[in-house]
Design a protein around this ligand. Structure first.
Ligand SMILES: Cc1ncc(COP(=O)(O)O)c(C=O)c1O
Length: 365
């Protein structure tokens, strides 16, 4: 039995009639930009995350760009960001003329720690981007104690919660989400969201996303054209009530992997204290990841390596060399091995994956 790396189709199948009806309704309304669907989704998403404001934008990269701008980040500023993340976490920092300063991660959790951030903090640090990688939770509150605003990059952590009920997206100064189709909450195209409790930041971002204007007549700032469109908002509205059940499915799959003994074959990801991750990707570690990858694929098991070349080593980031050693980043980049994860991964599929890894492991020794 083949097991795909992720499965976005099966969870959406039962929602298809409702989604089709919603799309038809929006097409009939002819309200494609801003309007009631976007406003309703912003309200519902803010309520779900637990913030006062949620502002729809075109994608998760723009969400970071606008959040950084709203915090006043520009030339001469430094922004601390992990290197072990998708390139888009750091790209908007450079785009604004500021300097990405790379912090290390703990390879057990794949997220930054107060120590790795403290190691690269300087008087020029204007913000910290806390990436909740793979659905785990970065220690936002401890980072906030360093006295610098914390932007949560929550692109991969929709559906994750803390044991006390709070969620990523409501822990820092401001947070950003991506609704790229394969994310835990995925649109049928691009989409993004910014959440915050700060009314002044929300007001700035409402201007920035539409050419620096709120009324389309007075242009207060030089802004952007970065909107979440009504069709995507409508499709996401249908899905949002199901996100918690889907996230429970992801948590159950992670438990099933542990119970099936996967942890004896490869190193399992460790949730940070208090985190109940809705694993976006189930990323294990093995010294033999590069040998296991093709062998698992041959056995019909979806497997992938993420960020083998971390952001600080990408050609575009040559102007920003690291200011500290990044051993956790190097280890995670070298050894990570993502195995199948989805809201509907069955115990049988988990059994297949663990059996395949188990069958290959001795042969590779
Ligand atoms: C951690 C992280 N940050 C930012 C982004 C950017 O989001 P988008 O693709 O919607 O621009 C992504 C995903 O693509 C991501 O995984």
């Amino acid at each position: 039995m083949a097991v795909p790396l992720f499965d976005t189709a099966t969870p959406l199948a039962p929602l298809e009639p409702e989604i089709n009806a919603k799309v038809a309704e929006i097409i009939a309304s002819k309200r494609f930009i801003f309007g009631p669907e976007v406003e309703a989704f912003e309200r519902e998403f803010a309520a779900y995350i637990g913030t006062k404001h949620a502002i729809g934008v075109a994608n998760g990269t723009d969400a970071l760009l606008l959040a950084l701008r709203a915090l006043g980040v520009g030339p001469g500023d430094e922004v601390i960001v992990p290197s072990f993340t998708f390139f888009a976490s750091a790209e908007p920092v450079a785009l604004l003329g500021a300097t990405p300063v790379w912090c290390d991660i703990d390879p057990a959790t794949f997220v930054m720690t107060p120590d790795t951030v403290r190691a690269v903090l300087t008087p020029k640090t204007k913000a910290i981007i806390a990436v909740h990688l793979f659905g785990n939770v970065a220690p936002v509150e401890e980072l906030a104690e360093l006295g610098v605003p914390v932007i949560e990059d929550a692109a991969q952590s929709a559906g994750t919660r803390l044991a006390d009920g709070r969620r990523p997206g409501a822990l820092g100064t401001i947070a950003t989400f991506s609704f790229f189709p394969s994310k835990n909450l995925g649109a049928f195209g691009d989409g993004g969201m910014i959440t915050t409790d700060d009314p002044a930041l929300a007001e700035l971002i409402e201007h920035y996303r539409f050419h620096g204007s709120k009324d389309k007549r007075t242009f207060v700032y030089v802004g952007h054209n970065s909107r979440l469109d009504a069709l995507q908002a409508g499709i996401l509205r249908v899905q949002l009530p199901h996100l918690d059940a889907w996230s429970d499915g992801r948590r159950a799959a992670a438990r099933a992997y542990a119970e099936a003994g996967l942890g004896e074959l490869v190193t399992l990801p460790t949730p940070t204290p208090g985190a109940e991750p809705a694993w976006h990707l189930f990323v294990t570690r093995s010294d033999r990841a590069d040998e296991l990858l093709p062998a698992l694929k041959d056995a019909g098991i979806g497997a992938a390596a993420y960020y083998r070349v971390p952001a600080h080593l990408q050609p575009a980031m040559r102007p920003y060399p690291p200011t500290a050693e990044l051993p956790g980043t190097e280890e995670a980049a070298r050894t990570n091995l993502a195995l199948p994860m989805s809201p509907v991964l069955t115990r049988e599929q988990v059994g297949e994956v663990v059996a395949a890894v188990g069958a290959l492991a001795p042969a590779l020794q």
